[in-house]
Design a protein around this ligand. Structure first.
Ligand code: UDP
Ligand code: GAL
Ligand code: MN
Length: 382
């Protein structure tokens, strides 16, 4: 009887304890494996193995050229998987991207073997090492290129971000070229004085403040299209449209100029399409089931004609959604992604051009040209 009681006690107290210890142990070892980077799952195919029978294009992939690839999944967990087949630029090394003497023919798509340097439709994806900055700068100086940079600073975003944005842009954005900043704000009197270099100017445009932050973000599309029509097209060949909550940290130069330019979102540039945060609601005009990349709306640009078409089309989608009482998942960004799937950009910027330190260290991202500033949504979005 006494023995029986003891045995029962053992079961009641120690067995649950053991279960808890085993549970914690499993999780601990899981995290240690993930974050120490080993043991890491490897690609177990032998190096002369073909992925698909016959002449399939996937057989040109080099599965063993990368042993260290990291990606951040939408769920926020860091997965490491060595030997994952990384997509490469599939053009042969004597291909010219553009007809004639186009400046983008000076790009060396094969100087980087660790990243994808071109899209399937032949647009370059710009990474450090692929271009000669002087070649681009000299070309654009010679051809009299001038750039408009649009930025919105409405409500508390002005005091929080505008000064650092402009000051750092003077140090790194299209240095040596004529640039006009178009600052759209509801408080023109609060725009800080920033020393501007030769050939650089700043214009303030007063705009109405929308009540909802989602509308402030979305209505930029309409405002940019209007400003291109009324003033920008008469003065500048190129337009870049940027969020204000970011800071330039290294060259963001004339190599980024092109007919229509889109940016790879730092969180998704290695993710599979299923993880892209496209709008998936069939009731929204921004809905898409598949796409090429996940583009970040914090930076887009191109010639004034392209940006006018882009912003007008996104605005039309936004307004149709409003009539149908739907709002796309990531607002203007969802509409921009839909547009860029249908109208392929002629140049794609790698996440060097808008990096988030939250992603963590990535060996292939050799330079951080523009960095996300800290978000303070609780204070800013009132
Ligand atoms: N913005 C603004 N005031 C606001 C909300 C947005 O000026 O109250 C502008 C600002 O340029 C900002 C951009 O709209 O960078 C996009 O909003 P936000 O950066 O908050 O969006 P996120 O990048 O976090 O998606
Ligand atoms: C977030 C970013 C948003 C939006 C979103 C898309 O990291 O802050 O602006 O781009 O990703 O999933
Ligand atoms: Mn932003």
């Amino acid at each position: 009887m006494r023995l029986c009681l003891r045995t029962r006690l053992l079961y009641v107290l120690f067995v649950p304890l053991l279960i808890v210890i085993a549970y914690i142990g499993t999780y601990l070892s899981y995290y240690i494996c993930r974050f120490s980077g080993h043991p890491v799952e490897k690609c177990l195919l032998s190096s002369n193995m073909r992925l698909i029978p016959g002449n399939h294009i996937y057989n040109s992939l080099d599965l063993w050229s990368r042993t260290d690839v990291t990606r951040l999944s939408a769920s926020g967990f860091i997965f490491r998987f060595s030997g994952h087949p990384v997509e490469k630029c599939l053009l042969s090394s004597n291909t010219r991207l553009r007809p004639g003497n186009h400046i983008d023919n000076s790009l060396d798509l094969w100087s980087r073997t660790d990243v994808k340097t071109c899209t399937s439709w032949g647009a370059p994806i710009m990474w450090e090492g692929m271009f000669d900055p002087h070649v681009y700068d000299e070309y654009h100086k010679k051809t009299g290129t001038s750039v408009a940079l649009t930025v919105f600073a409405i409500g508390r975003y002005l005091e929080m971000y505008l000064k650092d944005f402009l000051t750092s842009a003077e140090q790194h954005f299209m240095v040596g070229l004529p640039v006009t900043y178009y600052v759209f704000t509801d408080a023109p009197e609060s725009v800080p004085a920033v020393g501007l270099g030769a050939g650089r100017a700043l214009e303030i445009v007063r705009v109405q403040r929308q009540e909802r932050w989602q509308d402030i973000s979305m209505m930029r599309m309409r405002t940019i299209a209007d400003a291109i029509q009324s003033r920008i097209r008469l003065r500048h060949r190129y337009v870049f449209c940027l969020d204000v909550d970011q800071v330039f940290a290294a060259r963001f130069g004339s190599e980024a100029l092109g007919e229509s330019v889109a940016l790879l979102h730092a969180f998704f540039y290695l993710s599979p399409v299923a993880e892209f945060t496209y709008d998936r609601n069939p009731n929204s005009t921004a809905c898409m089931e598949t796409g090429d990349f996940y583009y970040h709306a914090a930076v887009f640009g191109g010639t004034w004609q392209s940006v006018k078409n882009m912003t007008e089309s996104c605005y039309r989608g936004i307004m149709t959604d409003k009539e149908n009482q739907v709002e796309a998942l990531w607002h203007d960004e969802s509409h921009l992604n839909k547009y860029l799937y249908r109208h392929k950009p002629s140049k794609v910027l790698s996440p060097e051009y808008c990096w988030s330190t939250e992603v963590g260290y990535r060996r292939e991202v050799r330079v951080h040209r523009l960095l996300w500033a800290e978000k303070h949504y609780d204070m800013l979005r009132t």
